[in-house]
Design a protein. Sequence first.
Length: 283
Amino acid sequence: MPAEAENKWQKIYKFRGMDCHIHPDFSIDARGSVEAFVRRAIELGLSRICFTTHIDLDPHRLSADTYIRVGGKLRFASLEFAQIYRETVYEARRKFGDRIEIVYGFEFSYEPHFEDRVREFIRGAKPEFAIGSVHSVDGFEITSRRSVPAAARVFELRSFLRRYYEKILSLARSGLFDVIGHIDGYKKYLSRWWGFYAMERAEIEILEEIAPKLADAGAKFEINSSAYKRGLCAPYPSAAVSRILVSRGVEIGSVGSDAHSPAALAKNVESAINYTAWALKGI
Ligand SMILES: [Zn+2]
Ligand SMILES: [Zn+2]
């Protein structure tokens, strides 16, 4: 086996002991303070965690992530909030930084029509780590149980994937994010309509064209273990997707659990790493 091929799957092991996708209770659908997460991470022996509070700046919709919980009250996501959040993470770093690396970051919802708002927010909030995720396509929240049946009726599988990956490509070209979040996270519910393996076949076709462009844009993607809790047999992305991405030069940038409570911290991250190493061995 050539040395380069050998390295591709071994590289993922450098992310062991990390969780870089965590929602503390600033997100209204999450439980557990920053400090509670840090204490749990130390208990688990993790070496690095990144807090990634959701921010959704889409002017067309008022989703849960448009609001942030601060001191028990709901507020619009703003730079003023970002300062409070950053200070909370820095405080945890001052207290526990000798035992674990603690990173201040966000997970941004992304679509091209509000890229400028995201850019402006990032300029003001200066995160140390930013995930960019496409959570909705043409008004359909594709990772929401409520919205998916309608999306599956409106779209045909290939036209949906094409539309989605166009947005992923402009996300990558924006240069705003360190990693693409849960790149095939739409499989969570849509695979019940279209079938997991039928989706993988269609993804391969589309990514043959898109993956080299993502590589040119310098994009990286995360391995996200939250898929397992939805009963999927693979993390995000599944084997076919991570194979085609990595073989076309798109690198893995982080691993994360997408935990919304301290009890879920780092859950299945080790399995997701082992699965991805297995998936990449063949390329
Ligand atoms: Zn997300
Ligand atoms: Zn998330």
